[in-house]
Design a protein. Structure first.
Length: 468
């Protein structure tokens, strides 16, 4: 492969081709530290032309390719396999905002832009890019598109798939498809961009995108609420939808075990209520109008919910700083879990109406098998997506428990399937669920996915070992 390394160095420059183990190390491990791969090299192209040239060189040498953005994925989708044959193609240097069209409410950005950079570019133009993730300072748009990222505002604005109007993609043979169109209506054949959104880099490398922008938010109301249980949370969601309509932007369910981990591990985290509940909701209303009276609207809705026994107590943020503190309790759950130690993680979705049933049945089955199991459940109740993570209270008991992951998955995933849900709501399949999905997807659906993969990537060089 010496010839390939020389070709890659000629394309991206010697300083942008990493071949030493120490330099490559950050690119070879996933955020959770679960997957550790090896690579022939890490190439850091600066633009789409260089990406395409890198791909053509790899194809000529028969070298697998692993596209990588901010490396914040949770399923090993951006980590190379352990055989050391692949070239990791880092998109970090493709970090330019190409254009903002405020009148069309669109922004054209390169794949290596962080989500926070895109949010800031939209704000500078008096617009909102609504995708919101805890990792927004480091995750990149290419990765958001490749995993169809969700986040906390899907309830109002939809997943990344619904926020993308056009893509630029380097195909597995090195050709470039320029689909950077900022059109809401374009009925001229297959919607090709949808093939690449959520494909985790297995069909091509997204290098740029045209994204939807929205009117800026000028007023918000945020609250941390104690609820009687998941059933009460679903009932509260419906009441708020009826009372507030699309102004209900976020509705997050937090189990008390998740909340306690944040208080334990995150400096400065403070419980906003004295109540000792089992379930909490973090919710937010937003409006494009200043002085929209959202706090009064929210307070009235919560008082009515209290009278019905759905809500025990509530804290409404009275300033931006207080709202940020409430959001920090939710956004730091994953970090607190990482500090606490390893756990068996699930990213599932079921119809919103069946979330209480899932939580009750899953807890009953898991507790029967492991009476001391600790269930850390939280997530986007408004769109039916829960992060359902399991461990033992003592770290010394965790290795033997994690060794039973397959048995735990049978309980959790089989129940999700029985309730009409999905075993991967927003994190993708990556390496983690590549085999697991075969149990739940119809064979016809799998055949269609394999046919698409063979058609676009017949040599199987684009991010092998992921998804399929």
């Amino acid at each position: 492969m010496r010839h390939l390394l020389d070709d890659l160095a000629a394309i991206v420059g010697r300083e942008q081709l990493l071949t030493v183990d120490e330099a490559m190390a950050p690119y070879l491990e996933d955020w959770r530290g679960r997957y550790h791969g090896r690579a022939l090299a890490v190439a850091r192209p600066r633009d789409t032309v260089e990406v395409a040239s890198v791909v053509r060189a790899c194809v000529a040498a028969g070298a697998p390719m692993v596209p990588q953005g901010g490396n914040t994925g949770l399923c090993g989708g951006a980590t190379p396999l352990a055989d050391g044959r692949a070239v990791v193609i880092s998109l970090t240097r493709l970090n330019r905002i190409r254009s903002v069209d405020a009148a069309n409410s669109t922004v054209c950005v390169e794949a290596g832009c962080t989500l926070a950079t895109v949010q800031a570019a939209a704000a500078a133009a008096g617009r909102l890019f609504p995708l919101a993730l805890a990792s927004e300072g480091t995750c990149q748009i290419g990765g958001n598109l490749s995993t169809n990222a969700g986040g906390v505002q899907v309830l109002r604005y939809g997943n990344t798939r619904e926020l993308a109007l056009g893509l630029e993609v380097v195909l597995p043979d090195g050709r470039v498809w320029d689909g950077l169109r900022g059109l809401r209506k374009d009925n001229t054949g297959y919607d090709l961009k949808q093939l690449f959104i959520g494909a985790e880099g297995t069909l091509g490398i997204v290098t740029a995108a045209v994204l939807k922008l929205f009117a800026s938010v000028r007023s918000r109301a945020t609250a941390w609420v104690e609820v009687a249980g998941p059933e009460a949370a679903v009932a509260l969601l419906e009441r708020l939808r009826a009372a507030c309509g699309d102004r209900l932007t976020a509705f997050e369910l937090v189990g008390d075990a998740a909340f306690r981990l944040v208080l334990k591990h995150i400096p400065g985290a403070v419980a906003p209520l004295r109540a000792q509940g089992r379930w909490w909701v973090l919710l937010e209303l937003s409006d494009t109008v200043e002085g929209a009276g959202l706090e009064a609207l929210l307070e009235a809705a919560l008082v009515a919910a209290m009278e019905l026994g759905l809500v025990g107590d509530a804290a409404i943020a009275r300033s931006g700083a207080q709202a940020a503190a409430l959001w920090a309790l939710r956004e730091n759950i994953s970090e607190a879990q990482k500090i606490e130690g390893v756990s068996i993680k699930h990213d599932i979705s079921v119809p919103v109406s069946r979330i209480p049933e899932f939580l009750a049945r899953a807890e009953e089955a898991l507790s029967a098998a492991w009476p001391d199991v600790r269930i850390v459940a939280f997530g986007h109740l408004g769109d039916g997506n829960l992060h359902y993570n399991l461990s033992k209270p003592s770290a010394t008991d965790n290795p033997s428990f994690v060794a039973r992951t397959a048995d735990v998955n049978r309980i959790v995933h089989d129940l999700v399937d029985a309730l009409g849900g999905s075993i991967s709501a927003e994190h993708g399949l990556g390496q983690l669920k590549r085999g697991e999905i075969l149990r739940y997807k119809d064979e016809v659906e799998m055949d269609l996915m394999r046919a698409i993969k063979r058609s676009l990537d017949p040599a199987g060089l684009m991010n092998p070992g992921k998804v399929l």
